[in-house]
Design a protein around this ligand. Structure first.
Ligand code: NAP
Length: 385
């Protein structure tokens, strides 16, 4: 704090004093919120919601009224309670999970605005989005299954939103809190034309490629990444490239291309012989990855390039996930640690593409991406008494 600033001037420098409209002109908006999946991301979101409530009420006139939390087996229904986040896990009032009852409780019968935040990785939950949206309940989620699952289900979700009664937002499904989905939507909505989108969509594979310089075997790096918690519990989930393929499908659909997971050409880094093993056996035989990865690195170096794990979607709908050899001066050759980077080429950004870069995973940044979606939905709501 600058000690030269007198107390009154200092208070004027607070964001609330500078930005908040006078109380009498502020619209009061109330949004009933239900959180599905109080796991890593869900718990971080509950914490962020709790911490932000006073500022949102004061500065935006927005009340996020937490009405309940549901986990895989149990749910807790309650009216807004600032203590909920601290005690939902040991509350006495848990009841068996019933998603229909949960949604009905949230929606109520008084015409309130209601929003479900799905922080699970459950197909069973994604199956219900269209019904909830049709009933006027907004949905925000980091769950990739709706955006990359069966096309028919995705189309039902879009149709349900078409009436304009409810919003579906899924920014955090691609690169967590980075503005990737919204950026793409803005290109489309403002009449730009997507030429291609390319990126390093896996923080784990970005880290492995950044560190794979031949000084130690690939399997040693993979073990280190596993120990640091950078990989999924089964590292083959990362190496298979399927998570990146899901992100490409989500982006393709946002761009209006009816892509499915089967349409993505995915080059897995797991040889068939290792793919079928138990996790324990895979962890023991990981060094079988060393020779093929060393050969790929040697090939990249022979051509004066670097190895990077790249997902690409073209405007013709062709999508691929593979280890690519890129020139040393390429933007993807200079990312940090587990950073994701996404490059959009559009008609307007043809010669000088737009880049979005930064941490693309982790509960806090993912929850923040979901929270931003919640706020965008809240912004669109009418005032209430
Ligand atoms: N973690 C990240 O960095 C990250 C980044 C981007 C996107 N995501 C996505 O965010 C979502 C959550 O990830 P996470 O890491 O928080 O997972 P997590 O820790 O495994 O939490 C998942 C939660 O979902 C609940 N759940 C599962 N099935 C349910 C059902 N049928 N009904 C209600 N709740 C159910 C689980 O309940 P129980 O507690 O009872 O098991 C758990 O609370 C996933 O879709 C993931 O792909 C995560």
């Amino acid at each position: 704090m600058n000690s030269c600033v007198p107390p009154v001037a200092e208070s004027l420098l607070q964001p609330s004093a500078v930005l908040a409209p006078p109380a009498r002109t502020m619209r009061r908006r109330v949004l009933a919120v239900g959180v599905i999946g109080p796991g890593r991301v869900g718990s971080a979101l509950l914490e962020q919601l709790r911490a932000s409530q006073p500022r949102l009420r004061r500065d935006l006139g927005l009340v996020l009224d937490l009405r309940g939390v549901v986990a895989s087996r149990q749910m807790w229904l309650d009216s807004d309670d600032p203590e909920l986040n601290a005690r939902h896990a040991r509350a006495q009032t848990w009841r068996p999970n019933d998603l229909d009852e949960f949604a009905a409780h949230l929606r109520g019968e008084d015409g309130r605005h209601a929003l479900l935040v799905d922080c699970s990785a459950s197909d069973e939950v994604a199956d219900r989005y269209a019904d909830w949206l049709n009933a006027g309940i907004h949905v925000a989620t980091p769950n990739k299954l709706a955006g990359s699952g069966p096309l028919k289900r995705w189309q039902a979700i879009r149709m349900a939103c078409a009436g304009g009664n409810a919003w579906f937002r899924c920014e955090a499904t691609v690169c967590a809190g980075l503005p990737v989905v919204q950026t793409l939507r803005d290109f489309v909505d403002t009449g730009d034309e997507l030429l291609d989108v390319e990126g390093m969509f896996s923080g784990t594979l970005a880290w492995l490629c950044n560190r794979h310089d031949g000084s130690q075997p690939f399997s040693a790096l993979l073990r280190e990444a596993h120990a640091l918690g950078y990989t999924e519990p089964d590292p083959r989930s990362d190496l298979s490239g399927m998570d990146v393929a899901r992100k490409l499908v989500i982006l393709a659909r946002e761009a209006g291309l009816p892509l499915s997971l089967e349409d993505v050409a995915v080059e897995s880094l797991v040889p068939p012989a290792l793919a079928a093993l138990s996790l324990e056996d895979f962890m023991r035989r990981m060094d079988e990855l060393d020779a093929p990865m060393a050969a790929k690195l040697a090939e990249a170096r022979a051509g004066g390039g670097v190895l990077r794990h790249v997902g690409r979607l073209g405007r013709d709908g062709r999508a691929s996930v593979r280890l690519a050899v890129l020139p040393r001066e390429h933007a993807f050759a200079h990312t940090r640690l587990t950073d994701n980077v996404v490059q959009f080429r559009t008609r307007r950004y043809r010669d000088n593409p737009m880049l979005v870069q930064g941490p693309g995973a982790g509960p806090e940044v993912t929850a923040a991406g979901v929270f931003a979606d919640v706020l965008r939905i809240a912004e669109s709501l009418g005032a209430q008494a």
